[in-house]
Design a binder for this molecule. Structure first.
Ligand code: 6MZ
Length: 355
């Protein structure tokens, strides 16, 4: 069966496709290591196989994970998706490979529209906030990790790209504290850090320990976006706690209860919507049931985003095609409705640049 965004792109008329290609779009929810274009992943995997690291880590698991990504295998659920990230991380554990990965992700999103053998039609975005979780590896510290990504962002796309520093739910309090301090310091040094994110396995961690950090981030002028209620297992108490940090944006927000939704609506908190991701992770069963409908009906700010183009085999064009294509392949929005959605994304960028 076709991947859902591919079918939506094919269901468009030539004039609708041209409309989407020229529509000014932003990407606000893309994880660096989930967004590596497949051709580069192949090169990195080949080089990894003959590197000294392959002899010291569980390289069979890593190569099996990479093979799954190369084959474009469907993932069974969100657990399955999370099982593949360690393989990708093994391939970007040196400053050189991380720099190449960052450059390739920026090119994928920002270079002029092309036709690409892996993703079909590819449309570029006018602006991207790329997010990543700094890892300490045998080859670099967390600070060097972030500097490597920032060097690439600032060299290639100083006006069209910025960094969101991710805190992973699985981090120990000490590491989370260190990562927040790095985000604050780098921003004070004038680097292109615009915000912080909470991401990672939605079932892991105790969020009580993180709330204070996100309040500090806000006080420091950083934008805050939190993955929230991504699965039915995320409790209402947890969502309430995360909302108490008053984040400007939320990732997924699939299972917010009525009370939390009222808070979000009243505050006009932007919801980052990743349609294909939610369908692939099976946190949403069918496109027509997606919680985007709730926000569209209320003209509430949303930002259409890809999440992880590598495992989900999607693109920003594919995500917009899902809005515009007729039902049941897409949501059947009109061009002017899609234009209004794209504008909401543009207006939801973090604007806290240092003066
Ligand atoms: C939550 C996700 C995610 O940070 O190494 N990540 N976190 N929900 C999701 N929904 C599918 N998709 C990706 O990119 C990979 C990391 O992003 C987070 C995971 O923590 C993953 O390890 P970086 O660049």
């Amino acid at each position: 069966m076709d991947a859902v965004p591919d079918a939506a792109i094919r269901a468009l008329t030539p004039s609708q496709l041209a409309f989407l290609e020229h529509l000014p779009k932003v990407e606000l929810h893309a994880h660096l290591n989930g967004s590596i274009p497949l051709p580069l992943l192949r090169d990195l995997a080949r080089e990894y196989a003959s590197s000294p690291d392959a002899a010291t880590t569980t390289s069979d698991d890593i190569l099996a994970g990479v093979q799954r990504l190369q084959a474009g295998e469907a993932f069974t659920d969100i657990d399955d998706i999370f099982s593949v990230f360690p393989a990708i991380h093994a391939l970007t554990s040196t400053p050189a490979s991380l720099k190449r990965a960052t450059g390739a992700v920026l090119s994928h999103f920002l270079d002029p529209p092309t036709s690409d053998s892996t993703y079909g039609s590819v449309a570029s975005v006018a602006y991207i906030e790329l997010r990543t979780t700094p890892r300490a590896t045998p080859h670099m510290s967390r600070r060097v990790y972030l500097e490597t990504v920032l060097d690439e962002i600032e060299a290639r796309a100083p006006d069209a790209a910025a960094l969101i520093v991710s805190l992973d739910r699985r981090m120990t309090p000490d590491v989370a504290q260190e990562v927040l301090a790095l985000a604050v310091q780098l921003r004070r040094e004038g680097r292109r850090v615009v915000g912080v994110d909470l991401c990672g396995d939605p079932r892991a961690g105790d969020m009580t320990a993180f709330v204070g950090l996100f309040r500090t981030a806000r006080a420091e002028g950083l934008g805050v976006t939190l993955h929230i209620a991504e699965t039915s297992g995320n409790s209402t108490a947890e969502s309430k706690e995360l909302l108490s940090c008053e984040p400007e944006r939320l990732g997924h927000a699939t299972y917010l209860d009525e009370e939390a939704r009222e808070v979000v609506l009243a505050r006009r908190t932007c919801i980052e919507i990743c349609l294909t991701s939610n369908l692939s992770c099976k946190t949403v069963q069918q496109l027509q049931d997606h919680h985007i409908r709730h926000y569209l009906a209320r003209n509430h700010p949303i930002a259409i985003s890809t999440d992880d183009i590598l495992p989900f085999r999607t693109s920003i064009l594919g995500e917009y095609a899902l809005l515009l294509a007729p039902k049941p392949v897409g949501l059947g929005l009109t061009e002017s409705e899609v234009e209004a959605v794209a504008r909401m994304g543009m207006e939801s960028r973090f604007r806290n640049t240092l003066s």
